[in-house]
Ligand binder design. Structure first.
Ligand SMILES: Cc1cc2nc3c(=O)[nH]c(=O)nc-3n(C[C@H](O)[C@H](O)[C@H](O)COP(=O)(O)O)c2cc1C
Length: 175
């Protein structure tokens, strides 16, 4: 299974820890590529409509190569820290640009990993989950998992052995 993980965090911290634990669990059963959204040059969608949801983006930046990787994947995992009760702007830039090949993105298997500083009963996790559920309903995505974790300091999630174990098992169980 070809899996693309879009990492919305700009730092080597908790989100990357979650991604790495998932990937470790998945082992060779999944061909995983991690796309670090923060290192891409992707302009905001201008809503010009030239793409007609199939033709790709007119922007001369990393949009088309990135979205084409997502189109080619069997499974797409969106991983993000919580910034201001939502996903990071870096991840949102990529998701907005999914519009340029939206028709080709239907039916994907999807996973969502979220790490925030607040406890996991905070409304922010419900908001993010709901947003992905709405996108999934629109694009006929099959959300295979949604996981949220509480961690603030850069290394905090790495010290949460229950979370790391859960993420490894998640990676191993995905097919
Ligand atoms: C700009 C910014 C905004 C943040 N906003 C929130 C927030 O609204 N809710 C929250 O729980 N944590 C918030 N945090 C904390 C991060 O979600 C938390 O530190 C997370 O572990 C960072 O993940 P990372 O290590 O992968 O970058 C914010 C952090 C930053 C830098």
């Amino acid at each position: 299974m070809k899996t693309v993980i879009v990492n919305g965090s700009p730092r080597k911290g908790n989100t990357l820890t979650a991604i790495n634990a998932y990937a470790e669990g998945a082992g060779k059963a999944q061909e995983i590529e991690v796309i670090n959204a923060d290192r891409l040059n992707i302009s905001g969608c201008k809503g010009c409509g030239v793409c007609q949801c199939t033709n790709g983006c007119v922007a001369k930046d990393d949009t088309n190569t990135t979205i084409d990787k997502i189109v080619a994947a069997d499974m797409v995992i969106f991983a993000t820290p919580v910034y201001w009760w939502g996903m990071t702007a870096q991840l949102k830039l990529v998701i907005d640009k999914c519009y340029c090949r939206g028709v080709l993105l239907k039916g994907k298997k999807i996973g969502v990993l979220v790490v925030g500083g607040a406890a996991t009963d905070n409304v922010e996790y419900t908001l993010i989950k709901k947003q992905f559920e709405c996108i999934a309903a629109y694009l006929n995505w099959d959300i295979r998992f949604y996981k949220d974790y509480c961690a603030t300091g850069r290394d905090e999630l790495a010290g949460n052995s229950a979370a790391i174990e859960e993420l490894k098992e998640l990676g191993a169980s995905m097919e």
